[in-house]
Write a new protein. Structure first.
Lengths: 191, 72
């Protein structure tokens, strides 16, 4: 049976955001097959609840909200048990590297492999991972991220801050393990 | 603006979330403070690194086509 032109137009517009949804689902599930299942279900749900989308608002944030809510329902049980984040304190990678005599950008950032950065992002608890995905990877404003996550803007900011601290700590640990930098008592950087 | 104020606002500056007045104040401080300026460059670089490392995946073409057939 042919779909209505309105439904087809809505679906076509929604599909322009497929890469964002797929990347988000991939980083949340860490599994391509599960990511495709999640995204497909999210699109089907979006079409079913098309009437609840308000024209002129951010469709990408709306779709992401549907996808991440399904993720929490399907993959994480009832709600957000996986929220703990190691307390790394105020870990500022820039200060740490400068204290150790490194040139933070040239000596360290330029030498980090993309795969290690992805791994560091995927190690974040999902509640913190998703805010990094929205703001840093997909370029959402705090307001749009807050809409997609269903939380106040202040919560976006605090989760983002903690996530970045943890991310910087993970990247520092990787730089230590891989020999890009040496520890605190040796102010040399490997060439 | 002093260095602690600047550092407190760097995240929001990198994320383009400051008001135009705050941006002007912060840029004025960065022009005269090499340490804060270096830290800003580092944070902006780190944000770009996270983006470029994570945004290279796109939906497989076959999946896109399958969805199009299901949805339209």
């Amino acid at each position: 049976m042919a779909e209505s032109p309105a439904r087809t137009a809505f679906a076509e517009e929604a599909l322009t955001h497929l890469d964002t949804l797929y990347r988000g689902a991939l980083r949340l599930t860490r599994d391509p097959d599960q990511a495709q299942d999640l995204v497909q279900e999210a699109y089907l749900r979006a079409l079913r609840y098309q009437h609840s989308y308000q024209q002129g608002t951010n469709m990408k944030a709306w779709l992401f909200a549907i996808m991440r809510n399904l993720f929490w329902d399907r993959f994480k049980g009832s709600r957000k048990e996986d929220v703990s984040l190691d307390d790394v304190g105020e870990f500022v990678l820039y200060d740490k590297l400068r204290d150790e005599g490194a040139r933070p950008e040239a000596d360290v950032l330029d030498k980090l492999a993309a795969s290690e950065v992805v791994e560091a992002v995927e190690k974040l608890p999902p509640l913190h991972r998703e805010v990094v995905l929205l703001v840093d990877v997909e370029g959402f404003s705090y307001k749009d991220a807050a809409q997609a996550l269903g939380v106040p803007i202040g919560t976006v900011m605090s989760r983002l801050h903690r996530a970045r601290q943890q991310l910087q700590k993970s990247l520092y640990d990787y730089a230590l393990e891989s020999g890009i930098v040496r520890g605190s008592n040796n102010n040399q950087v490997h060439e | 603006m002093d260095c602690p104020d600047c550092k407190e606002k760097l995240d929001r500056y990198v994320d383009r979330e400051l008001s135009s007045t705050e941006v002007l104040e912060l840029q004025l401080h960065l022009e005269g403070c090499p340490d804060c300026s270096d830290q800003y460059e580092f944070q902006a670089h780190l944000k770009r690194l996270v983006k470029h490392s994570c945004d290279c995946d796109s939906a497989p073409a076959a999946f896109r086509e399958k969805l199009r057939q299901i949805l339209t």
